[in-house]
Write a protein that binds this ligand. Structure first.
Ligand code: KIV
Ligand code: ZN
Length: 499
């Protein structure tokens, strides 16, 4: 049914996503996200709600003026003349106008009759169309609106030459089958395209969006990392990958930028992506149990969907060395570091890995290599980078700056760099003296454990990757979080350079 159908992706990260409790983006961050969404290939960006504040207005204005090559810019407006004028004034390509249509919202919030709401909707569409720009009309709380009235208002805006209607599940109460039936009913009566905007209060936003599309909607509203009011909106990554990989539908999304985009938004909003999040989470393509890793190392489709690979979404497959790790995974990891233990040595290494894991400690590659060196009686070799000094200057009137001194390949090197915080500055400085010329990049940074009190010990795990795609993780613990981070980075770079 959906195979080969083209679905338009409308991203509202910068509008509904910014309504996530606790999230507030700077104008520069909004521009950066808009460029990233354009690179990702979303068809329409809802850049903000221009009447809401001076800041929102100017952000939408600058995103509209940026001339994004492949993305249309949309602004939100209530069905009020001043909202629509403000949207038009900031130069958007499309106005998304909305009004509450359910009795509960209509009676208790806007306090208007059904007839008044219908007139306001039609007047708003007239005003937008008279200005010559595209118009989308949303019946807010559509899924709790009387169906006859909902269809009456959609027909009225269609007659007023509205370009597209949106059916929001504003409080996320629809069951997927109910969503399918609702969109089907609307689709039978309305001839203009249908969009859907699903909230995730019961964790059904993606399922409901997919059912809406199955029933005939041609556009889906989504956000990066599922951000949005309360429990958020339908997640872009999950919606797009399901549409494409499961249903065989088409979108304009360049899926290889999905993870990159999710991480940018994670960094800017401060809302962490849980490790087990589908598609973009750290564990989305990670395998630990012996049976799974053995299978995946033979043929990745054995324990992965196959129709969605890490490469497709810009992710990487990871084999995690824990208590469930099997012989295959451990041998493979050691071989990638040019370590070839005998069967007997391998059994001993596995025993020690499991002992450590049973104590609740996470294994890094550096831990594994240290065990292997000990079991195999190999000298660990001289580190390529021998860290000598680290100093950091930070405060509220200075940009965090770090200076690092090290012997690299027998030669003394000193480098300084700045960062958004002391850890970032120190890691940038280490990167200056080491990683830069080797093409090694950090792909993972985690603070694993912090003990209580101001003298707490921080345990940092850093993963690095070289240009050949080889990855190594290392850990360091220190009461000084900057030193723990620098030590973990230097250890992981050394491991990569030595193997
Ligand atoms: O959830 C909602 O109904 C909205 C509208 C503005 C479309 O965000
Ligand atoms: Zn919403």
């Amino acid at each position: 049914m959906l195979r080969d159908r083209q679905i338009t992706i409308f991203d509202t990260t910068l509008r509904d996503g910014e309504q996530t409790p606790g999230v507030s983006l700077t104008p520069q961050q909004k521009i950066d996200i808009a460029y990233q969404l354009d690179k990702l290939g979303v068809d329409i960006i809802e850049a903000g709600f221009p009447i809401a504040s001076e800041g929102d207005r100017e952000s939408v204005r600058s995103i509209a003026a940026a001339g994004l090559p492949s993305t249309m810019v949309c602004g939100l407006a209530r069905v009020l003349s001043k909202d629509i004028d403000t949207c038009i004034d900031v130069g958007v390509d499309m106005v998304h106008t909305f009004v509450s249509t359910s009795d509960i919202q209509r009676i208790h919030t806007i306090k208007k009759s059904r007839e008044e709401v219908l007139d306001m909707a039609v007047n708003a569409v007239d005003q937008i169309k008279d200005s010559g720009i595209k118009c989308m009309f949303s019946a807010m709380d559509a899924t709790r609106t009387d169906l006859d009235y909902l269809i009456q208002i959609f027909k009225a805006v269609e007659d007023a030459k509205c370009d597209i209607i949106n059916v929001p599940d504003t409080v996320g109460v629809m069951a997927p089958s109910g969503m399918y039936n609702l969109i089907k009913n609307i689709n039978d009566e309305i001839n203009i395209p249908i969009d859907t905007h699903c909230h995730n209060d019961f964790g059904l936003a993606v399922a409901n969006s997919l059912m809406a599309v199955e029933a005939g909607a041609s556009q889906a509203q989504v956000t990066i990392n599922g951000l949005g009011e309360r429990a958020g909106n339908a997640d872009l990554a999950e919606t797009v990958m399901s549409l494409q990989s499961i249903y065989g539908a088409r979108t304009n999304i360049n899926t290889e930028y999905i993870v990159e985009t999710a991480r940018l938004v994670e960094r800017y909003t401060g809302i962490a992506i849980p490790a087990h999040t589908p598609v973009v989470g750290e564990n989305a393509f990670a395998h630990e149990s012996g049976i799974h890793t053995h299978g995946v190392l033979e043929k990745s489709d054995t324990f992965e969907p196959g129709i969605m690979t890490p490469e497709m979404v810009g992710h990487t497959r990871r084999i995690v060395l824990g208590k469930h790790a099997g012989k295959h995974a451990i041998r493979k990891s050691l071989e990638s570091a040019n370590l070839e233990p005998t069967d007997e040595q391998l059994n001993l290494i596995i025993e020690r890995v499991k002992e450590i894991a049973d104590k609740g400690k996470k294994m890094t590659d550096a831990d594994l290599y240290a065990i292997a060196f000990a079991v195999m009686g190999k000298p660990q070799g001289k580190p390529v980078i021998d860290l000598k000094e680290v100093s950091v200057m930070t405060g509220n009137i200075t940009t965090p700056t770090a200076v690092v001194k090290a012997i690299v390949d027998g030669e003394e090197r000193v480098a300084s760099d700045v960062g958004i915080g002391p850890v970032d500055a120190a890691l940038n400085a280490v990167y200056e003296i080491s990683g830069k010329h080797t093409g090694i990049k950090i792909h993972d940074f985690r603070i694993e454990a912090v003990t209580g009190g101001s003298d707490a010990v921080a345990e940092v795990i850093i993963g690095v990757q070289d240009e050949r795609g080889r990855m190594v993780t290392a850990r360091a613990a220190n009461a000084d979080i900057v030193l723990a981070s620098v030590e973990a980075l230097v250890t992981s770079i050394n491991m990569l350079l030595q193997t």
